[in-house]
Write a protein that binds this ligand. Structure first.
Ligand SMILES: [Zn+2]
Length: 329
């Protein structure tokens, strides 16, 4: 068995070594990249090419002008992001010619995007959350329509608002994503003069620590369990009736162990009404939150995510966020 990330494959056209996961993406653009396993028999000319190019030389050429704000995907990112990064580098040569970066570097951008309405889920009748997650239910259908989505989340009056936008063209969606990052980057440069790019870039966009379905019950623990979509944005655990809902139904603040927050595997023995068996109890200074996961693996992942924030001491500004949560009805 080989680990993810080991460069067991080579692109003979580009002269770079790639891991197996990336080799699959390279295969989808055969006119740009012809991949071969390092286990195969190699011609002397192939060996020669790899020896004369190699990853560092390719990087110096294909990544010479990557803007600081541009999102560089990692192996945990979705296929769309990773494939577009490969295409941007090797097919469109965006980072060799600065004029090709205009769609996200110009400082303005306009165009059409599909946006999901505020209450779509309720009116269309919910038929199981997996179907609700499928944007095609609410967007045009057709052979050429393969929606690529982007979620924009922000705080309004201290509650979380989500906007979901879609485009059928992956490049368009990635250009929007990077245009938004560029705008935020320029804003932060003004707000924090003197901060380095390395300090600002991690603040541009972020991925959720964990998302997925769990069951939850209410504060009395006798309300019955309901299946909800959860997203965890650092210390904010939000839940939605539908994964694409604009507004969270509720939010739970998760503090640190110094402030009496704990996560436990399992549910209090008297608990009833859950359909899923892998329970999680979050103890906060005010109450216990009970959740149930469908699988043990999900339960393990959620507990690990909660544990990560609970083990980290709270920063001063996080106390202010916690106080806001406490004053919510
Ligand atoms: Zn890879």
């Amino acid at each position: 068995m080989r680990a993810i990330g080991e460069p067991d494959w080579a692109s003979l056209t580009l002269g770079v070594f790639v891991c197996q996961a990336c080799s699959l993406l390279h295969r989808s653009i055969p006119h740009i990249s012809r991949v071969k396993s390092v286990q195969d028999t190699w011609d002397a000319s192939d060996v020669e090419l790899m020896a004369t190019t190699g990853n560092n030389a390719a990087k110096a050429k294909y990544e010479q002008k990557v803007p600081a704000f541009y999102y560089r995907p990692t192996h945990t990112d979705c296929k769309m992001l990773r494939e577009q990064w490969i295409r941007a580098k090797y097919e469109r040569n965006e980072f060799e010619f600065i004029e090709k970066q205009e769609p996200y570097s110009a400082g303005y951008r306009e165009g059409f995007l599909w946006k999901r309405g505020r209450d779509n889920a309720g009116r269309q009748g919910s038929q199981g959350a997996d179907e609700d997650r499928d944007p095609q239910r609410h967007l045009p259908t057709g052979q050429d329509w393969q929606p690529c989505g982007l979620q924009i989340t922000y705080l309004k009056d201290n509650s979380t608002r989500n906007i979901f936008v879609y485009h059928s063209d992956a490049k368009e969606m990635i250009d929007w994503f990077n245009a938004i990052r560029a705008a935020r980057f320029h804003y932060l440069q003004v707000a924090f003069p003197g901060a380095s790019d390395e300090e600002l870039v991690p603040k541009l966009t972020r991925n959720f620590m964990k998302e997925g379905f769990m069951e939850k019950t209410g504060p009395k623990h006798t309300e019955g369990f309901k299946k909800r979509w959860f997203t965890m944005d650092d210390r904010r655990l939000m839940y939605f009736k539908d994964p694409l809902d604009a507004f969270a139904r509720g939010e739970v603040f998760i503090g640190s162990k110094e402030n009496s927050y704990t996560v436990l595997s399992g549910l209090p023995s008297s608990t009833q009404g859950h359909h899923w068996n892998n329970g999680i109890t979050i103890v906060t200074p005010d109450r216990k939150f009970l959740f149930a996961c469908e699988t043990e693996a999900e339960q393990r992942d959620w507990i690990a995510a909660f544990q990560r924030v609970i083990n980290r001491p709270m920063r001063p500004q996080e106390y202010a966020v916690e106080a806001h949560f406490k004053h919510k009805p």
